[in-house]
Ligand binder design. Structure first.
Ligand code: SF4
Ligand code: SF4
Length: 162
C-alpha cells in the first residue's frame, strides 16, 4: 500500500500544470458524486445501520475486502484533499504498517483515517454490504461516471509514472 501512496505522492509533485488542473477538476466532480451517494445512504438509514452493525461485523469490509483494491488513483484523490500534516501522518501510518496484508492500516480505533469525501472510491461506493436493490441500482448509475473519472485520472498519472 505504501508503494501506491508513494506513486501518488510522486505524481502530485511532478504533474504538469494542465494535467494537475484537469485532475483537480475531475476530483471535484468525483467528490460531489460520493457525497451525494452518502447523502442517499443516510436518507435510507443505511449509514446509521452500518455503524450500529460494527460491533457484530467488526468492520469486515475495511479489514478484508476494500484494502486489496486501493491503487495509486485512490491515494492521489485522497491526498489532493488533505493538508501537508495529514499527508505526513498518512505516510507514517502506512510506513509503520509495513506489509501487513489486507488489514487496512487506515482503519483506526475510531474509524477511517480519511474524512468521508477523501475516502477511496472503493470504500465510498461498495458499502453498505446490506444495501437493497433500490440503492444498488442508484449506485450503479452513479458509478458509471465515477468509473470514467477514475480512468481519466489513471491515464494522467500513468503519464508521469517512473
Ligand atoms: S481507507 Fe478507510 S474506508 Fe477504506 S478500507 Fe481503509 S479504513 Fe476502510
Ligand atoms: S458495510 Fe457491512 S461489513 Fe462494512 S461496516 Fe457496514 S455492516 Fe459492517
Amino acid at each position: 500500500m505504501l508503494g501506491q501512496l508513494n506513486r501518488a505522492l510522486h505524481a502530485h509533485a511532478v504533474l504538469g500544470k494542465s494535467d494537475r488542473e484537469r485532475s483537480l477538476f475531475l476530483i471535484k466532480e468525483w467528490k460531489k458524486i460520493i457525497v451525494r451517494m452518502e447523502a442517499r445512504a443516510v436518507d435510507l438509514g443505511y449509514s446509521r445501520a452500518c455503524k450500529s452493525h460494527i460491533p457484530v461485523c467488526r468492520g469486515e469490509c475495511c479489514r478484508w475486502h476494500f484494502p486489496e483494491k486501493l491503487y495509486d488513483v485512490d491515494f492521489y484523490v485522497s491526498i489532493s484533499g488533505m493538508t501537508a500534516r495529514d499527508t505526513q501522518n498518512l505516510v507514517r501510518l502506512l510506513t509503520d504498517a509495513g506489509n501487513e496484508a489486507f488489514q487496512c492500516p487506515m482503519l483506526l480505533e475510531k474509524g477511517c483515517f480519511f474524512v468521508f469525501e477523501n475516502r477511496p472510491a472503493m470504500c465510498a461506493t461498495a458499502y453498505p454490504c446490506f444495501a437493497g436493490n433500490v440503492y444498488w441500482k442508484y449506485m450503479e448509475a452513479e458509478k458509471t461516471r465515477l468509473d470514467e473519472i477514475y480512468k481519466e485520472i489513471k491515464d494522467i498519472l500513468q503519464s508521469v509514472r517512473d
